[in-house]
Design a protein around this ligand. Sequence first.
Ligand code: 8X3
Length: 241
Amino acid sequence: MVTGASSGIGEATARRLAAEGYDVVAGARRRERLDKLAAEVPGIRPVTLDVTSQDSVEALAASLARCDVLVNNAGGAFGTETVAEGRLDDWQRMYDTNVLGSLRVTQALLPKLVGSGDGVLVMLTSTAGLVSYEGGGGYCAAKHAQSSMAETLRLELVGQPVRVVEIAPGMVRSEGFAVTRFRGDEAAAAKIYEGVPDPLTSDDVADAIAWCVTRPAHVNVDRLVLRPRAQAAQHKVHRVS
Ligand code: 8X3
C-alpha cells in the first residue's frame, strides 16, 4: 500500500515496488492520475484515498485482504512563513496530512501488517524531520512528529513481525512539492534547485525504499537519510552558476 501515489515519490515508489513484483495498491485523492498509472503499469491497483478522512481510510482497510508493506508517503509542505507569521490553516493541513494521515493509515493497517508475518511500515519523513530551518516551521514540526511516531512504533512493536523504516530525504526535485509549498509560484519553486547540479529524484528515493523493504525479515533499516552529493547539510548546498 502506497499513499500519495498519484505523483512524485509516491508514484515512483508504486512503480518501483510493482517492478519488484509486489501487488501494489496505489492510493490518492486524484483518481484520474491513479487510473492512468494503473493502466500503464501492470501490478498497480488504484484506490481513491484521502488520508485526512477517517471514513476513507477505513474503506481502504476494508478493501484490502492483506498488507505486507505500507508506505506512508502522503503529505506535503504548505507555506514558507516564519513561525511568527505562520498561517494556522497551513499548519493544520500539514499536521492533518503528514502526521494524522500517517496515524490514521497506520492504525487501520497495522493488524494486517502484523498478520502478514513480515510487515514493513515505511514512514516518509524528510531531513526536515531531523533539523529545523527558517521558514519551514510547520513542515519541520510535522516531519519531526512523523519521525517520532516511527521511533515510538518501533519500540512498541518490538517482538512482533513488523519492521518500521524511516526514510528521510533531503533535496528532491519531485513533481509538485516545491510548487505547493510556494502556493503555486513556479518561479520561486524553481529557485530552490537553481544551480544545484543533481538534486535527488523521486526514483532515487523509491530505489532506497525498495532496498529497505526487500532486506531479509530480520534486518530493520531504522532510518535512511539520503541527500544529493551537492547537499552536505540543510543549508550547505553547492550551486554552480
Ligand atoms: C523536503 C526537503 O529540505 O525542503 O522534505 O525540507 S526540505
